[in-house]
Design a protein around this ligand. Structure first.
Ligand SMILES: NC(=O)c1ccc[n+]([C@@H]2O[C@H](COP(=O)([O-])OP(=O)(O)OC[C@H]3O[C@@H](n4cnc5c(N)ncnc54)[C@H](OP(=O)(O)O)[C@@H]3O)[C@@H](O)[C@H]2O)c1
Length: 278
């Protein structure tokens, strides 16, 4: 929004990055620090957070807090709130995610609920806890990581895709409610991004993968201007085809086929392997 405030005044003095130990979150932490914000670095693994903390302090002269925390714990945001009490957090990046890649029933219910805590419960609680003081101050921003897989049901990542759809819709709703109070919400609808998590998933192809830094740049440019952003023109074209041009049933089947080729499982028949008539 056109407030006349500098980026640092609008979103500072502290940023909180959930999932800062790798990938897109790590790139967000660097970008926030480069723009002069102090950063709370949150993830499960303390060692990479400490390394990043040292780097940010040395390169950008900002303060950091290393906060090793498992967001799959149901009480994680309460624990976090106690640790950051008194800090003025003006930017929250809801980026940590659990990404189980398997046919839905191959993961136990406990694992699905843990993923739900990381992908849905934590951003919900962060928005509730840290959104209120932002609205009271009349400034701030929150970014929610969604995905192109949030556009529709997606085989192999059935539950993950549904949680990403939640993040997208949630951010878009907040965008409307909060903008009149001076607070920006943004859904980042990323395509494939070259990150440690993506590489570890053993996807057969990472064609057209963007860098984490490019995703962050696109998000910074969109924050305060629109409710969601799809970084990269190739992804925007794909998104347009997927959501506006193709019949939904056909698109769900095609995407299912793509995912099965990306994550092949010899023992499982795919949606396009035997039921083309449906
Ligand atoms: N990469 C892609 O192609 C892609 C595409 C679309 C959307 N996205 C979204 O972008 C976001 C980041 O993805 P990425 O590829 O950068 O992932 P990544 O490389 O796997 O990094 C994930 C980050 O989240 C943290 N994390 C995971 N589980 C956590 C937990 N239970 N508690 C606290 N922190 C946790 C990880 O740190 P620890 O392991 O130290 O906890 C790490 O810092 C996710 O929301 C993902 O859905 C990614």
């Amino acid at each position: 929004m056109g407030t006349g405030l500098s980026w640092k005044d609008r979103y500072g003095p502290w940023a909180l990055v959930a999932g800062a130990s790798a990938g897109i979150g790590e790139a967000w932490a660097r970008e926030a620090a480069r723009r002069g914000l102090n950063v709370v670095l949150l993830a499960r693994r303390a060692a990479p957070l400490r390394r990043l903390s040292g780097e940010l302090a040395e390169r950008y002269g900002v303060k950091t807090i290393v906060l090793p925390l498992d967001l799959s714990r149901a009480d994680s945001v309460e624990v976090l709130a106690r640790r950051v009490r008194g800090l003025e957090i003006g930017l929250v990046i809801c980026n940590a995610a659990a990404i189980p890649v398997d046919p839905f029933l191959e993961r136990g219910m406990e694992e699905h609920l843990a993923a739900m805590n990381v992908n849905v419960r934590a951003p919900l609680a962060l928005a509730h806890r840290l959104g209120a003081p932002m609205l009271a101050r009349g400034r701030g921003g929150m970014v929610f990581m969604a995905s192109l897989s949030a556009s529709m049901g997606t085989a192999r990542v059935v539950h993950y895709a549904a949680t990403k759809a939640w993040n997208r819709v949630f951010a878009e709703g907040l965008w409307v409610e909060w903008r009149k109070h001076g607070v920006d919400a943004l859904a980042c609808v990323a395509g494939t991004v070259d990150t440690p998590g993506m590489r570890a998933s053993n996807a057969r192809s990472m064609l057209g993968a963007q860098s984490a830094e490019a995703v962050v740049r696109a998000s910074v440019a969109a924050l305060g201007k629109r409710p969601s952003v799809i970084p990269g023109w190739g992804n925007r074209i794909s998104g347009f085809f997927m959501e506006r041009l193709m019949p939904r049933k056909l698109m769900i089947q095609l995407l299912g086929g793509v995912m099965e080729r990306m994550y092949p499982r010899p023992d499982v028949k795919g949606p396009l392997s035997g039921n083309r008539r449906k």
